[in-house]
Design a protein around this ligand. Structure first.
Ligand SMILES: *Cc1c(COP(=O)(O)O)cnc(C)c1O
Length: 330
């Protein structure tokens, strides 16, 4: 049910730039709730739970977290129960990802002060949830963003699929993706490195600092190596140390979750002109960086030899949440 490696690949002409194209990997269209990178990240992770006796999953996120909604839907599809710890209070009108989380899973609101120490909060709630369940129930915690080596496997599978799809082309590829925990970008870069492709990833930093993302990269590469590589795979371990991954600033930096004046209008214009729906929190950031990359490469010596792609990670249900906060913009 989750294992759908294919993605819809579409070319979009860049407005006002003759002969410039951006390729969109439409992972957003893979599933109505799990669309985007969540499906990739859970692809290998969820099937490991039930064989080890897990019946209940605990995770956490902000009010409009795509992660909590995705975990809830994916668990429900597999017959697992999900318990979602959501930061803050119940909104007057649940909408967007939060509405979906409430439909598929069990939501508990956690005061911001308690949420500040996430690990402690997750442990505490997991213990009390387990205490209230039948004796045979077994609870596991999935951390925010599912930042684990298993989550990388679905991204490696996507890269392998793209490599087969473009096997006849010698164009180098840049994959741009918008980052929360950075797991998606890191998983893509591991796939590219292991398959020896002349490709690279640009991870647009949205939720934290460059130090945080470098730390995530180091942590995940180390965990991946210890989980999946044997002592004899020194060559692969060396590849993990030098991933083809560039962390880049968003073109118009801001605090994560907020939007700048006019951005809804920009998304609306792109939707009308290209038939491409973006959201100002996530995918617009990847779009802007991809246009810049496409412009740089089209003036470079290798010109048309380069393909700039965006992994469209979804995020569209977030628009409903934004409409609550900025009704006049829509
Ligand atoms: C969850 C999500 C992200 C963040 O993914 P990470 O793997 O945590 O970096 C980015 N974009 C969209 C649309 C998302 O839903």
């Amino acid at each position: 049910m989750l294992q759908r490696p294919d993605t819809i690949i579409k070319e979009y002409r860049i407005p006002d730039a003759p002969d410039a194209w951006v390729t969109i990997l439409h992972d957003d269209l893979l599933h109505p709730v799990l669309g985007g990178n969540k499906l990739r990240k859970l692809d290998a992770l969820l099937p490991t739970l039930q064989p080890s006796g897990i019946t209940d999953v605990v995770t956490c996120g902000g009010l409009q977290s795509a992660h909590t909604a995705a975990i809830a839907a994916a668990c429900a599809e597999r017959g697992l129960r999900s318990h979602l710890l959501v930061r803050g209070e119940r909104p007057a009108v649940p909408t967007g990802y939060h509405l979906l989380a409430r439909m598929y899973g069990e939501v508990t609101y956690v005061p911001r002060s308690e949420y500040a120490d996430r690990d402690a909060m997750l442990q505490r709630h997991a213990a009390s949830i387990e205490a209230g369940l039948p004796a045979e129930a077994k609870v596991c915690i999935i951390e925010e963003g599912a930042a684990s080596p298993l989550a990388c496997l679905g991204l490696i599978r996507l890269v392998a699929h793209l490599a087969r799809h473009w096997a006849a082309s010698n164009r180098a590829v840049t994959i741009v993706t918008d980052c929360g925990t950075g797991t998606t970008a890191i998983g893509l870069a591991i796939g590219i490195a292991f398959l020896d492709l002349p490709w690279k990833v640009q991870g647009v930093m949205l939720a934290d600092s460059a130090e945080y993302y470098l730390q995530q990269q180091k942590k995940l590469a180390k965990a991946f190596s210890s989980d999946f590589l044997t002592d004899s795979s020194a060559a692969l371990r060396a590849k993990l140390e030098r991933l083809p991954l560039h962390w880049v600033e968003r073109l118009h930096p801001r605090k994560f979750g907020s939007i700048l004046p006019g951005e809804i209008a920009i998304c609306r214009q792109i939707a009308r002109e290209l038939g491409l729906l973006l959201d100002p929190i996530y995918s617009l950031a990847a779009w802007e960086v991809a246009l810049q990359s496409a412009a740089e490469h089209s003036t470079g010596e290798d010109g048309s030899q380069h393909r700039v792609c965006i992994l469209h990670c979804g995020g569209l249900h977030g628009l409903y949440g934004l409409a609550q906060r900025y009704p006049a913009d829509f």
